[in-house]
Design a protein around this ligand. Structure first.
Ligand SMILES: *[C@@H]1O[C@H](CO)[C@@H](O)[C@H](O)[C@H]1NC(C)=O
Ligand SMILES: *[C@@H]1O[C@H](CO)[C@@H](O)[C@H](O)[C@H]1NC(C)=O
Ligand SMILES: *[C@@H]1O[C@H](CO)[C@@H](O)[C@H](O)[C@H]1NC(C)=O
Ligand SMILES: *[C@@H]1O[C@H](CO)[C@@H](O)[C@H](O)[C@H]1NC(C)=O
Length: 583
C-alpha cells in the first residue's frame, strides 16, 4: 500500500494522515490533476488488484480499489499491465529511473547490495532499423539498411549518482511507462505490421490499459516518427514519447502530458520493456485500422468542413456524395518524393481518362451495380494523418505505387478496394512485393476480408523509368536489383486501370464476388491485362481452387451471378456519424 512506501510523492506527504483515516479506496495522488470528474471503478480491475496476483502490474499501490477524485485532492487513473497476457517475454523493472537513455534500477530484490537476484535486461540488439533519411527509409544505401539497435543499457543504482533526482528518488505510482521495440521503426508499413497491429490486439486482449505511457523504441536521440505517434495515441491517454525525451535531464517541474503527474518525472514504481516479434499473433490489420478510425472519429468529424475546404483549395476536389459514383483516390507524391522514384508518370492523364470515361469503359446498367461513373482525384498522404483517415472513409478505392501509403486502405469502410501498381522488375512474381498491402488486406484471421486488393504489375520495360538511386548509381548505393526496381517510376496503362475499375464496380463491395475474381487470378494483372500470378501461388486462398482466368469479361459475368452485399453498399453510402455502428 501507498503508506508503507518510504519514498512518497511530495503531494502525498501533505495529505497522508487524512488519507489513512479515510477508506483505502482513495489512494494515488499526483501533483497535478490529471483527470476531471469521477472515474468509475472497474470491478474486474479492482478484483485483480486485490487478488494479490503478482502478474498484474499497476502504477498504483496494490491496495487501491477505486479511482475517484477525492475532495480537493488530485488523483490519477490506474495504469495497468496484466503480465499474464504477455506474449513477448516482456521484462519489468521495479523502482527504476530513466536517465539519459539508461534504466537505473533501485529494486532491492535484484540490487547487488541487497540481493543475489538478477536485474532483468531487454536484448534488443537483433532489431534492425533503416537509417531514417530524407529519401525515406535508408535501404537504398548499401550500409543503411540492416543497422542494428544498440543494446539497452540497464544498471543498478549506486551511491555516486550524478543526478540529484536519482540520489533520493520518489517512484511514481501514477505513471507506468512501456518501452516497445520492433524492427524497422522508420517505415510506416513495417511499423504497422511489426508492432502497431500487435499492440491493438494486445490491448484488446487486456495486456495493457489506456493509462500507461507508450515509449516507442528508436535509436537514442532520434525522433519518434509522426505516424507512430498518431497510431500509438489511439492506445493511450498519455503522450507518446521517446526514451531519450523521457529520460532527459530536465527540471522536474517541466510540464508534460507524458506522465499523469503532468511534470517531467523520471522514476517509476514499474517500467515494462517489450521486444515485439513478428509472429502469428494478431495479424488483424483491418481491425487495427478500424481502431484508429474509431479513436479519431470525433476529431475528424469536428474538422470535416476544414478538410473539405483544404481539398478544394489544393486541388479543386469535392468528393461526390451518393451511391452512383465509384470514388477513387490516387496516392500522389510530393515533387521531392517524386525525385526519388515511384511516381505514376501519367497520373494527370489517367485521372482525366477516368473522369471522362464513357460507354464500354463504364459499368453497364444491366450489371445492376450502383456505379454509373467514376470520380478520380489525387491526394498527398502523410501530411495530415487525421485528414487522411477522414478522406479514406469517403472513397471506394485507393490506388498507388507499392509503398507505405497503401496502409491507408485499412481505414476504409468494409468493401473498399486497393489497387497496387508496381514497376518493371518488381512484380510479386519475383520479389517480396506481396508481403505488404496484399498480405495486410488478406489475413486469414480476418476472413471474410473487408478490403479487397487488386494488383497491376508492369511487365513492359518501356513503361518504367529509373528512380534517382538507379540513375546516379553511386558506389554506396544499394546493389539490390529489386530495391532499384521498386523505386522506378511507371506509366499506368488505361487498359489496366479500366479493367480494374470495371472489376471493382462489378464486385460492388461484396466479398463473395471479390473471392471469385481472386480465385480466377483476374484480380491481379499485368499492364496489358494478362494474369500476373500463376495459380497456386496465392498463399491466402486455397491452392486447389486457384485457376487461370479465361477473359476478364467472362470473369466479370461470373461475378455478377453472386448476390451483392447490400449492407456494405448501404454503409458506404452513409456518412460517418458517431452514432452509426459499423456493420
Ligand atoms: C542478444 O540477442 C542476440 C540475437 O538474438 C544474440 O546473438 C545475443 O547473444 C544476445 N545477447 C545477450 C547478451 O543475450
Ligand atoms: C501530448 O502533447 C503532444 C504535443 O504537445 C500532443 O501532440 C499530443 O496530442 C498530446 N497527447 C495527449 C494524450 O494529450
Ligand atoms: C510496351 O509499351 C510501349 C510504350 O507504351 C508500347 O509502345 C509497346 O507496344 C509495349 N510493348 C508491348 C509488348 O506491349
Ligand atoms: C494456367 O495456365 C498455365 C499457362 O497456360 C498452365 O501452365 C497451367 O497449367 C494453368 N493452370 C491451371 C490451374 O489451369
Amino acid at each position: 500500500m501507498c503508506g508503507s512506501d518510504r519514498r512518497m510523492l511530495p503531494c502525498e506527504r501533505g495529505v497522508r494522515r487524512r488519507f489513512i483515516t479515510v477508506a483505502l479506496a482513495f489512494l494515488g495522488l499526483c501533483t497535478v490533476t490529471a483527470v476531471a470528474g469521477i472515474i468509475e471503478n472497474d470491478v474486474s480491475l479492482a478484483a485483480s488488484t486485490l487478488d494479490g496476483d503478482s502478474r498484474h502490474l499497476h502504477g498504483e499501490a496494490r491496495t487501491a480499489r477505486t479511482l475517484r477524485q477525492a475532495d480537493g485532492a488530485s488523483n490519477c487513473p490506474l495504469p495497468k499491465v496484466d503480465m499474464s497476457k504477455d506474449r513477448y517475454q516482456c521484462v519489468v523493472w521495479h523502482k527504476a529511473c530513466v536517465d539519459q537513455n539508461v534504466i537505473v534500477s533501485f529494486d532491492p530484490d535484484v540490487h547487488p547490495t541487497t540481493s543475489m537476484g538478477t536485474l532483468p535486461t531487454l536484448n534488443v540488439t537483433d532489431i534492425m532499423y533503416n537509417i531514417p533519411s530524407k529519401y525515406g527509409i535508408g535501404d537504398r544505401y548499401r550500409k543503411g539498411s540492416a543497422l542494428r539497435f544498440p543494446p539497452l543499457y540497464v544498471r543498478p543504482s549506486n551511491d555516486m549518482e550524478e543526478e540529484e533526482e536519482l540520489r533520493n528518488p520518489t517512484f511514481s505510482k501514477c505513471t507506468l511507462p512501456i518501452l516497445l521495440y520492433a524492427h524497422y521503426p522508420y517505415n510506416a508499413a513495417e511499423t504497422y505490421r511489426y508492432i502497431f497491429e500487435k499492440l491493438v490486439t494486445l490491448q484488446e486482449a487486456g495486456f495493457f490499459n489506456r493509462y500507461v505511457t507508450l515509449i516507442p523504441g528508436v535509436p537514442p536521440g532520434t525522433k519518434v516518427p509522426s505516424y507512430t505517434k498518431f497510431w500509438y495515441n489511439s492506445l493511450s491517454d498519455r503522450g507518446v514519447v521517446s526514451l531519450s525525451e523521457l529520460s532527459s535531464r530536465r527540471s522536474t517541474d517541466t510540464p508534460t502530458n507524458v506522465t499523469w503527474e503532468g511534470t517531467h518525472i523520471r522514476c517509476f514504481e514499474q517500467i515494462v520493456g517489450c521486444r515485439i516479434r513478428y509472429d502469428g499473433y494478431g495479424l488483424r490489420f483491418y481491425n487495427a485500422g478500424q481502431h484508429v478510425v474509431r479513436h479519431y472519429m470525433p476529431h475528424y468529424l469536428a474538422q470535416a468542413a476544414s478538410f473539405e475546404q483544404q481539398l478544394f483549395d489544393m486541388r479543386q476536389v469535392r468528393i461526390p456524395e451518393g451511391t452512383d459514383t465509384l470514388r477513387v483516390v490516387f496516392i500522389s507524391r510530393t515533387p521531392h518524393q517524386s525525385t526519388v522514384g515511384r511516381t505514376i508518370l501519367n497520373e494527370a492523364e489517367m485521372i482525366q481518362k477516368c473522369n471522362s470515361a464513357e460507354g464500354a469503359d463504364l459499368p453497364p446498367t444491366e450489371w445492376g451495380v450502383p456505379y454509373q461513373k467514376y470520380f478520380c482525384f489525387a491526394h498527398i498522404f502523410g501530411e495530415n494523418q487525421l485528414m487522411d483517415v477522414w478522406l479514406m472513409r469517403q472513397v471506394d478505392v485507393i490506388l498507388g505505387m507499392h509503398g507505405a501509403g497503401l496502409t491507408n486502405s485499412l481505414y476504409m469502410k468494409p468493401g473498399g478496394s486497393v489497387i497496387e501498381l508496381r514497376p518493371f522488375g518488381f512484380s510479386g512474381r519475383e520479389s517480396w512485393a506481396n508481403r505488404y498491402a496484399r498480405f495486410k488486406t488478406s489475413s486469414l484471421r480476418e476472413l471474410p476480408w473487408s478490403v479487397f486488393w487488386y494488383g497491376v504489375d508492369t511487365f513492359n520495360a518501356s513503361l518504367s523509368e529509373p528512380g534517382i538511386f538507379e540513375k546516379e548509381d553511386k558506389p554506396h548505393f544499394s546493389k539490390f536489383r529489386t530495391i532499384k526496381a521498386r523505386d522506378r517510376h511507371v506509366h499506368l496503362t488505361w487498359a489496366a486501370l479500366r479493367n480494374q475499375l470495371l472489376n471493382i464496380a462489378a464486385v460492388a463491395r461484396t466479398f463473395e464476388r471479390y473471392m471469385s475474381l481472386r480465385l480466377s487470378g483476374a484480380y491481379y494483372i499485368t499492364d496489358d491485362v494478362m494474369q500476373a500470378e500463376a495459380p497456386g501461388n496465392d498463399p491466402h486462398v486455397d491452392k486447389n481452387r486457384q485457376r487461370n482466368f479465361t477473359s476478364p469479361e467472362e470473369e466479370r459475368r461470373r461475378v455478377l451471378q453472386i448476390p451483392v452485399s447490400n449492407r456494405n453498399l448501404q454503409f458506404a453510402a452513409t456518412p460517418d456519424r458517431l452514432d452509426v455502428r459499423q456493420p
